[in-house]
Write a protein that binds this ligand. Structure first.
Ligand code: EPZ
Length: 429
């Protein structure tokens, strides 16, 4: 069980490269199931969720070869079209194999993902989409089973914007007979990145990036090579770290155009923000003005940066209201930030943050991926040592975070302990 030891306060300065987006690489890996030919993905982040998805694909029976930052998948034939509970329970995004397996082999059996730290997260909209495409979908013993002859194009209206729901429907529709229209589709950049890969594989897709996507079904798709889009959430996390530590951080190999909702708020709070095509520079200032926010589907403020923004809000001079509209329980970071000295009140979907408050180091517990990132950010400015337990949550979606922060001057050390031991941190011995 790994943990981080962080010494604060520190001021970050320098350049930090962005890795490929986990939330684009996952649907792109699922897309490799749509063809028997090899698909090569590059700029793939080295994170746990990617390794979990690769294990799932190997369980299904693909040939897979990987090297640092790249993976080639050849789904010559579909062996077992099922995703077992022990894999799906660790990563909800395993449900992304539903669409391609249904389209490719006409049958798929996937364990229901179950809830997670940030909410119930059902997949009813995914399953409704498959039914609209002509599949028979049943649920029993905690598993979803879907079967179909050749899927038939249809109009699918999502009552709620769902990122992986849009992606699953798009994946299935690429091999359907006729045209499929996805209405109220997710507009996230990761959806467009998946569409770029599918077009490279021969799919005919238009409208990605808007709320109506149309897919002209093809008889078959072919192999392709694709570089994964930069991770806007990782880039945003380091941009916020630059403002929070009153440092001077340049995030490179990113796409500032994907982060407008964040960069406009950072500028309004008083941080100095400059951007090029593929870099973003954030310089902190002594006084940060409160900036209320409500999370929303893209191009709104991303829910995946809400926790990190809240860490910043603890240092803003006044009251900040943060409204989480996407998930029903995404404030896991709040009790831990309060233990470090933050003044935050919760009322349902609202968090009221009073700042600026001096933070002090403490032993805290990581929970969901982005809540864990918020704790690391807070630890960078807290006076003293912070121990962050269960950093495997971070490792799911951040590629070597401690190395990237150390290269910026952060004092962040990873220590590994066999599960079950709880050594006392140095200073208290
Ligand atoms: C994707 O999750 C991301 N994961 C999440 O990132 C991200 O937080 C989320 O989109 C929102 O942007 C991946 O892309 C792998 P949703 P997803 O379906 O697709 C409800 C991270 O930290 N809903 O857009 O699972 C759902 O409960 C992760 O990297 C239904 O009700 O999220 C939620 O309230 C966390 N029925 C809302 O819609 C459904 O069938 C949005 O969820 C599907 C979703």
């Amino acid at each position: 069980m790994d943990r981080f030891q962080v010494e604060g306060p520190t001021r970050l300065a320098g350049e930090v490269p962005t890795s490929g987006a986990k939330n684009a690489a996952l649907p792109c890996l699922a897309a490799t199931l749509l063809t028997a030919q090899p698909v090569r993905l590059t700029n793939v982040p080295e994170v746990r969720d990617i390794r979990t998805m690769q294990k799932l694909l190997q369980h299904i029976g693909v040939f897979l070869s990987s090297e640092p930052g790249a993976v080639t998948v050849e789904a010559r034939e579909i062996g077992s079209a099922d995703a077992p509970y022990d894999l799906v329970k660790t990563m909800r995004a395993s449900v992304l194999v539903l669409g391609p397996l249904l389209a490719r082999s006409g049958f798929v059996r996937v364990s229901l993902p179950g809830g997670c730290a940030i909410g119930v997260r059902p997949i009813d909209l995914h399953l409704e989409a498959f039914r609209r495409l002509g599949a028979e979908v049943t649920m029993q013993h905690g598993y979803v089973e879907a079967r179909a002859g050749r899927l038939a194009g249809a109009e699918i209206v999502f009552e709620t914007v769902t990122v992986t729901g849009t992606e699953n429907a798009m994946l299935a529709a690429t091999l359907a007979r006729g045209t499929t229209r996805l209405v109220n589709a997710a507009r996230e950049p990761e959806v467009s990145d998946l569409a770029d890969l599918l077009r490279a594989m021969g799919a005919r897709i238009q409208g990605d990036g808007t709320d109506v996507i149309s897919i002209e079904g093809a008889e078959r798709l072919h192999g392709a090579e694709h570089s994964i889009v930069p991770d806007r959430v990782e880039a945003g996390t380091y941009a916020i770290a630059g403002a929070l530590t009153r440092g001077d951080v340049t995030v490179t190999r990113c796409r500032p155009a994907d982060l407008k909702a964040l960069t406009t708020r950072l500028s309004s709070s008083g941080a100095r923000v400059k951007a090029g095509d593929d870099w973003l520079r954030v310089q902190g200032t002594d006084t940060l003005e409160p900036q209320d926010l409500a999370t929303a589907p893209h191009p709104g403020f991303p829910t995946d940066l809400q926790a990190q923004w809240m860490a910043l809000a603890t240092q803003m001079a006044g009251i900040t209201t943060v409204t989480e509209t996407v998930f029903e329980n995404r404030f896991q970071h709040v009790p831990e930030l309060v233990r470090m000295g933050a003044r935050i009140k919760l009322e349902g979907r609202w968090a009221i943050v009073e700042g600026p408050t001096p933070l002090t180091g403490a032993s805290v517990m990581a929970s969901d991926l982005r809540a864990s990132a918020a704790l690391v950010l807070a630890a960078l400015i807290a006076r003293g040592e912070t121990i962050i337990d269960r950093v495997y949550h971070l490792d799911r979606g951040y590629d070597r975070m401690e190395i990237k922060l150390s290269n910026l001057g952060g004092r962040v050390y990873r220590s590994s302990f066999p599960t079950g031991t709880f050594p006392i941190p140095e200073r208290t011995r």
